[in-house]
Design a protein around this ligand. Structure first.
Ligand SMILES: [Ca+2]
Ligand SMILES: [Ca+2]
Ligand SMILES: [Ca+2]
Ligand SMILES: [Ca+2]
Length: 419
């Protein structure tokens, strides 16, 4: 049997009353036993995180700062002769060929599809399209906008498929002729910026006399001040996880609680799905008098935070972060025991695998203290002095989602995953 496995990891970093950094990991793994039944296709799980609250405060985007650099993508051209297949990363213009390129934007670099501009593209009218995406969640009101675009020669700026501004000047590369955009209709979720840059033909032009180029910086100024949660929480659209964190708190107190909505998108074959924590680390970070009074050991190095963090998971069908009638519970867990949780496996229900192309929406409610779920009401009680044992402690872990094909694998259970 040919079996493909993908595991996505993301970090939990929760700290009681001390700040600490986290590490991040992602890996995918393919296991193959060759020569038997061949099953085409693969398992590809994508994960998004579109809603988070902490003590009733919503996570939202604080700021955006993007520039022309090699993370911009060249998506296509009109009559240009870039020999590399699209899409591909934009390249830095290695030499400021044209002394008239007086536009300077802090932090931004001149980019183009090729370096240097091809011979044909310097002598003919050509247009290249550069693309960059950014996420925005929450209100845009109260933010500031700075958006300046330099171009050689003219440029159209598009946002989410709509042209929002253009610079028709041949001299977009001069400081006095750059394009300044003062209004941006940002959408919730992922926004796509496109720059359609036209290099104007010059008879017998060369890469020295007639290069093409794009230079820009977009800053949407924050409105989160120094709120740790707001400036450190992250929301994102459907993606393979790399460095995203679902949890990042630096000053937890008993009775603190929060909600996360996580969506799993199955972009591959029908699959079983499990989740859990790996690489759990409980740090003591010293033992104070309150901890000792609560029963901690003065010489302890292993903290007690994960034992005192509780979690309830349910299938949040309407992805609103509220546990409502008709939505199925997955279960209640301590963070210290959270591993190999069955979201969809052969014992969670008949035919309960996650179909190809389908989504699963999970709601998570965590509590520092004693969590109870009664009917649709979830409470968090941190009033016991026993929680003092976790003062100054910290907890880090990787949150993983595991997908395994369900076809020809009907008896799979999440407890089969190596822990
Ligand atoms: Ca030019
Ligand atoms: Ca401690
Ligand atoms: Ca709901
Ligand atoms: Ca402790």
């Amino acid at each position: 049997m040919n079996k493909k496995i993908l595991i996505s990891l993301s970090v939990i970093s929760v700290v009681a009353a001390v700040a600490v950094g986290g590490t991040i990991a992602y890996f995918s793994n393919t296991e193959t036993s060759a020569g038997n039944i061949f099953i085409a296709g693969s398992i590809d799980l994508k994960v998004d995180h579109t809603l988070q609250t902490y003590n009733g405060i919503d996570c939202k985007t604080c700021s955006v700062d993007i520039i022309s650099d090699t993370s911009n993508i060249v998506t296509g051209t009109a009559s240009g002769t870039d020999p590399v297949a699209f899409p591909h990363a934009a390249v830095l213009v290695s030499t400021p060929y044209n002394l008239r390129w007086t536009a300077i934007i802090d932090g931004a670099s001149w980019i183009w599809a090729t370096d240097p501009t091809t011979e044909y593209d310097a002598a003919n009218d050509v247009i290249y399209t550069f693309e960059k995406t950014f996420d925005w969640y929450g209100p845009i009101t109260g933010t500031s906008l700075s958006f300046v675009v330099g171009s050689d020669n003219s440029v159209e700026v598009w946002l989410n498929g709509v042209k929002i501004a253009e610079n028709t000047s041949e001299y977009g590369y001069e400081s006095g002729h750059v394009l300044t955009i003062s209004n941006l209709n940002v959408e919730q979720g992922t926004n796509t910026l496109e720059f359609k840059v036209k290099n104007w033909k010059q008879t017998n032009g060369t890469w020295q006399t007639n290069p093409g180029g794009l230079l820009y910086r977009l800053i949407i100024g924050g409105n989160c001040q120094d709120d740790y949660f707001k400036t450190n929480c992250q929301l994102w659209g459907s993606t393979d996880l790399t460095d995203q964190k679902f949890f990042n708190f630096n000053d937890l107190k008993p009775a603190d609680s929060g909600v996360n909505v996580i969506s799993l998108h199955n972009a591959g074959n029908d699959a079983w799905v499990c989740m859990g924590l790996l690489n759990k680390v409980d740090n003591e970070n010293g033992v104070n008098q309150s901890e000792i009074a609560a029963g901690d050991n003065a010489t302890s190095t292993v903290g007690e935070l994960s034992q005192n963090l509780e979690l309830f998971i349910w299938k949040d069908t309407d992805k609103d972060g509220l546990y409502e009638l008709g939505e199925s519970p997955v279960g209640s867990y301590g963070f210290d025991e959270l591993n190999r949780i069955a979201i969809n496996d052969s014992v969670t229900g008949t035919g309960d695998d996650l179909n190809s192309g389908a989504d699963e929406y999970l709601g998570l409610v965590w509590c520092f203290g004693n969590q109870t779920v009664f009917g649709q009401t979830i409470t968090c009680d941190g009033s016991s002095s026993s929680y003092n044992i976790a003062q100054t402690d910290s907890f880090l872990a990787d949150l993983y989602f595991y997908a395994e094909q369900s076809r020809n694998n009907l008896d799979f259970t999440c407890v089969q995953i190596p822990s």
